[in-house]
Design a protein around this ligand. Structure first.
Ligand code: F6P
Length: 256
């Protein structure tokens, strides 16, 4: 029975990877929407995957969000790494400090004997501020680190939920809807076809930079995220590995 269930999941993993045009899909049992045990399994599996690809002298960029924050709890404490660098994939400040990329980068570094670089800045900059900021040496340094990043660990969210979490005003939320935003990742909002229809004006890793990064680890689960995942993966780089749960996987298969 166990073997049968497991092989069923393996098949689903392969089917999904093929459909999403990505390297690999790893599915954990359960649905994070309703089951805290699934959240733990998702984080554990992502931590395990990260540990399996790590080597020394790597630059690892991490995004914010509750999923990625939780992974840091499951990586094993070690001092074997001497030259690991964790960086925030995007700038951030604000109330929800525990789920910010900056905080998460420092958590990973603390556990794995790495160092970390943070990027504190408002989530949405004015055009002028953005242009000026980009010339600052510490931003240039960060942009250079993004160019040399080896591993990215990132979350994916539902567009409207993310906009609300960011206290986006109703007018802008309406605009996002009109533009057809379905998913959000890296501060970009994507429509059903996977086109980036909107971007939060802040300093961070660029979509085009993801293309040449060796390891992209996307971690997102829950049936509620199925549509968002299908939208994001319409454009995701093919080297991406997705760690998800049965809730999201089954729901995606229903839509496909
Ligand atoms: O805000 C950072 C971020 O990674 C978003 O890009 C993504 O949509 C979201 O967090 C996912 O958050 P959670 O894991 O809490 O659903």
């Amino acid at each position: 029975e166990v073997v049968r269930v497991w092989s069923g999941r393996l098949q689903l993993e392969q089917q999904l990877a093929k459909h999403l045009h990505i390297k690999e899909v790893i599915i954990v049992p359960g649905n994070v929407d309703t089951n805290t045990n699934a959240t733990m399994l998702l984080s554990q599996e992502a931590a395990k995957y990260l540990e399996s690809i790590l080597t020394d002298e790597k630059i690892v960029a991490v995004t914010g969000g509750s999923t990625i924050a939780s992974i840091a709890n499951f990586v094993h404490e070690t001092t074997k790494w001497k030259q690991l660098l964790f960086i925030a994939a995007r700038g951030g400040v604000g109330k929800d400090v525990s789920f910010q990329a900056n905080t998460i980068a420092s958590l990973f570094a603390g556990k794995m004997n790495g160092s970390y670089r943070t990027l504190y800045m408002p989530d949405s900059l004015s055009e002028e501020a953005y242009t000026t900021m980009k010339k600052e040496p510490f931003i240039q340094e960060m942009m250079d680190l993004y160019e040399r990043t080896n591993i990215v660990i990132h979350g994916i969210g539902d567009a409207e939920e993310m906009a609300r979490r960011r206290n986006t005003n109703e007018h802008e939320i309406e605009r996002l809807k009109e533009e057809g935003s379905i998913s959000e990742a890296f501060g970009y909002y994507f429509n059903e076809q996977g086109e980036a229809v909107h971007r939060i004006r802040t300093i961070g890793i660029q979509l085009k930079q993801l293309q040449h990064i060796e390891h992209l680890l996307a971690v997102a689960g829950g049936a509620k995220k199925a549509k968002a995942l299908l939208s994001y993966f319409k454009q995701a780089p093919q080297q991406t590995v997705l760690v998800t749960d049965e809730g999201a996987a089954n729901e995606m298969m229903k839509i496909i």
